[in-house]
Ligand binder design. Structure first.
Ligand SMILES: CC(C)(COP(=O)(O)OP(=O)(O)OC[C@H]1O[C@@H](n2cnc3c(N)ncnc32)[C@H](O)[C@@H]1OP(=O)(O)O)[C@@H](O)C(=O)NCCC(=O)NCCS
Length: 390
């Protein structure tokens, strides 16, 4: 497929900046770590057309996932794997069907790696594991993902993600916060409850950072190439600590996080003892791996949220939302500002009690008494920039 056509197609999927970013990230990873796409016979029967189109686009971009056929139900997996192969080969996309055996031995894993080296898509059929129970087949997925250091596992679904009866699909499941609640209700269909249970175990035992998505094949590319995604993203969840001040915080690491999030350099000395950010950091929420942070200053008006940031590569995975919910629980009153062209402003509009729009800044507040609003606006507008090109 002509790369220009591919690129133009991707631009129709999401914003160019997002698509370019994800493409760069995926290409920077080791080829075999990109993704495992789990497809069952039902999907191949019902949606082979969009699925094979997704695979064509991905291969055209130089991204080769493993296609794993038959994880949840392995009956007929050989035949369905063969069908996927036939459709791909007809479109000149190189692929190879590989039987998993009952325990995915080393030589089969080597075969998968060699298929990647030949720029082809390995289609791994679990037909030989059809008599195993589902736990044991998940163990095979675990072995494969650990061996390839896979970054993303995608479950193709005929639904648009994890769904509850009578409610819209869930866009994000943060296992550490949502798991008990979701499984404690009878709202989840049995197959989705079972999927969540297995995914939780998988994410707990795998050493690498990995996310899982449940998505309809029609939306797979949107899931992969946009911040908002398309189906349900399942994450293990992060530990977020609250600190008083920057003592005990690795300042260069925090600076790197802020610069990655905003895509700009901090003004020189911003993180020094008398620098701009230190005064803005009386309260700090920090994700354990420095993937996200919120910095608050205590002002005479109310706490001011000076920085809210998630590492660029981890944006859209729910870390910001987790930090935000801790922040709003601890601070019923605070205010902040954002550039009018920041894509997050529409979300801020939903989160705030009020806002004032100026050409350079939008100023937002929560819980602020009316008599303090004008002072909050003046404070936020007058603050000096902390990034160099601001
Ligand atoms: C703003 C930011 C901290 C959000 O963190 P995040 O981890 O990406 O956000 P989450 O995945 O938890 O999503 C939280 C909400 O924001 C929305 N959101 C996140 N990124 C978005 C984007 N680029 N465009 C539109 N909405 C977005 C999500 O849809 C979600 O809304 P929902 O709860 O209604 O589904 C992060 O995107 C970031 O660091 N941006 C760059 C720095 C920045 O602009 N900070 C704010 C300056 S005022």
């Amino acid at each position: 497929m002509d790369p220009d056509i591919l690129h133009r197609f991707l631009e129709s999927v999401g914003q160019k900046a997002d698509v370019d970013l994800y493409l760069k990230l995926f290409r920077a990873q080791r080829k075999e770590s990109f993704a495992i796409i789990v497809a069952d016979a039902q999907i191949v029967r019902a949606a082979l057309d969009p699925f094979h189109f997704d695979l064509r686009i991905l291969a055209g971009l130089g991204l080769y996932p493993v296609v794993l056929v038959g994880l949840l139900d392995a009956r007929d997996a050989d035949r369905q794997s063969q069908r996927i192969w036939e459709w791909l080969v007809e479109d000149e996309v190189a692929a190879k069907v590989i039987g998993s055996g009952t325990d995915l031995p080393q030589e089969i894993q080597t075969d998968v790696r060699q298929t990647f080296e030949a720029n082809a898509i390995p289609i791994v059929s679990l037909d030989a594991a059809k008599d195993l129970d589902i736990e044991d087949r998940f163990r095979l997925l675990h072995r494969l993902a650990a061996n390839l250091e896979t970054r993303k596992v995608i479950f193709l679904s005929t639904s648009s993600g994890i769904e509850r009866e009578g409610a819209p699909p869930i866009s994000l499941v943060n296992l550490s916060a949502d798991y008990d609640r979701l499984l404690g209700t009878a709202e989840l269909p049995r197959r989705h409850a079972s999927l969540l249970r297995h995914v939780k175990t998988l994410l707990e035992v795998l050493p690498q950072r990995m996310s899982v998505a449940v998505v309809n094949p029609l939306h797979l590319l949107r899931e992969l190439f946009t911040v908002n995604g398309a189906g349900t993203l399942i994450r293990k969840g992060s530990r977020i600590d609250r600190h008083n001040g920057l003592g005990g915080i690795d300042r260069p690491r925090l600076s790197m996080l802020l610069e990655s999030a905003f895509g700009r350099s901090l003004v020189p000395g911003a993180m020094a003892d008398d620098g701009l950010l230190v005064a803005q950091s009386e309260f700090v929420y920090l994700e354990e791996n420095y993937l996200g942070a919120a910095l608050l200053a205590n002002t005479d008006i109310a706490p001011y949220l000076g920085k809210f940031a998630v590492n660029r590569q981890a944006q859209g995975e729910g870390i910001g939302g987790e930090i935000w919910s801790m922040l709003t629980r601890d601070f019923p009153v605070f205010f902040w500002r954002a550039r009018p062209d920041n894509p997050i402003v529409s979300w801020y509009t939903k989160q705030c009690d009020g806002l004032a729009r100026f050409p350079q800044w939008h100023v937002y507040w929560r819980g602020l008494p009316p008599e303090k609003i004008q002072f909050a606006i003046a404070y936020a507008r007058a603050l000096p920039p902390s990034f160099q090109t601001e």
